[in-house]
Ligand binder design. Structure first.
Ligand code: NAP
Length: 283
């Protein structure tokens, strides 16, 4: 029996997950199909029932269903609850277990970068930023400054990182706290939609280009385009640029391990993801 894995979202046509997940399944000769299911919100309960069929290994969950699935699964793990979003469901013994692999994806993307005791600046306080805060807490950073256009959203994230110094501030270039954090951070993480293709400010970067410093790591969660204005500015200043594709592939790799119990071929996943991105860009 060919097994199946679903991606639940609305819309889903733009997602590159089917490309790199299927490539990994094929490379390991696993008889399974990764399928994109376009599920309007009203059809979510029916889609979750379909996931209970014997041939389903599980699913990925994307916008706008990451919170709505909470009440439709049998088990929600504490990590997904803390992050406030489910991105992976595993069918085990007929039950639907929900988790979040973004935190693992972030930490894998940052492998080799010293985080314990580090000063980190996070730009943005939306859904993806929540997983970043939990990841930074797990990694034992000592200070986390969170800068966001809407200051209250930055303040609200502090509860996710008990025991570490969390400093909320605005995203205004005139904000002295932001400027100081940028000067003192070994890692700057960009989690706003600025710089994203078809986003609110494709050509923009949330911080001035001349604020980066040699030796810093600049990690942009945005993966399309692969080199954002934020990353280009960081690189020009001698900082180390790291794009969001690594997080995307690593969160998918963690989901793959949970569905199949097998270590996925990361190089195959990265190649397939890059090919899919190039094809999308040339359309
Ligand atoms: P979200 O929940 O909608 O949050 C958007 C964030 O961007 C908020 O902090 C928002 O600030 C800020 N923002 C939006 N427009 C802005 C503007 N014009 N000026 C300043 N700030 C602005 O989105 P999300 O789910 O967190 O996703 C954020 C980015 O991360 C997206 O580009 C997404 O593709 C990427 N992402 C990547 C991965 C990966 O695997 N690499 C995973 C998840 C997300 P306010 O709070 O003030 O509105």
């Amino acid at each position: 029996m060919t097994q199946r894995i679903a991606l639940l979202g609305h819309p889903v046509a733009h997602s590159i997950s089917p490309r790199f997940q299927q490539a990994a399944l094929d490379a390991l000769a696993i008889d399974a199909r990764y399928e994109a299911w376009d599920v309007p919100p009203a059809d979510l309960p029916i889609a979750l029932e379909r996931l209970r069929s014997a041939e389903l290994l599980g699913a990925n969950v994307t916008v706008p269903h990451k919170e709505a699935v909470f009440r439709l699964v049998d088990r929600l793990d504490p990590l997904a609850e803390r992050v406030g979003a489910v991105n992976t469901i595993v069918r085990r013994d007929g039950q639907l277990h929900a988790t979040n692999t973004d935190v693992a994806g972030i930490l894998a993307a940052l492998a080799g970068i010293p985080l314990h005791g580090a000063s980190v600046l996070l730009l943005g306080a939306g859904g993806a930023a929540r997983a970043v805060v939990v990841a930074m807490h797990q990694a034992g950073v000592s200070r986390l400054t969170i800068a966001n256009r809407t200051l209250d959203r930055a303040r609200a994230l502090a509860v996710l990182a008990p025991g570490i110094e969390v400093i909320p501030c605005s995203l205004e270039a005139t904000d002295a706290t932001l400027r100081e954090a940028m000067a003192g951070a070994s890692l700057v993480i960009q989690s706003t939609t600025i710089g994203m293709l078809h986003g609110p400010d494709e050509a923009g970067s949330p911080v001035p280009a001349d604020w980066f410093q040699p030796g810093q790591t600049a990690f942009d969660l945005v993966y399309n385009p692969e080199r954002t204005p934020f990353l280009r500015a960081a690189e020009a200043a001698g900082a180390r640029p790291l794009g969001g594709l690594a997080m995307l592939v690593h969160q998918g790799a963690e989901a793959f391990r949970l569905w199949t119990g097998v270590e996925p071929p990361l190089d195959v996943m990265f190649d397939a993801a890059r090919t899919a991105m190039k094809e999308m860009a040339s359309r």
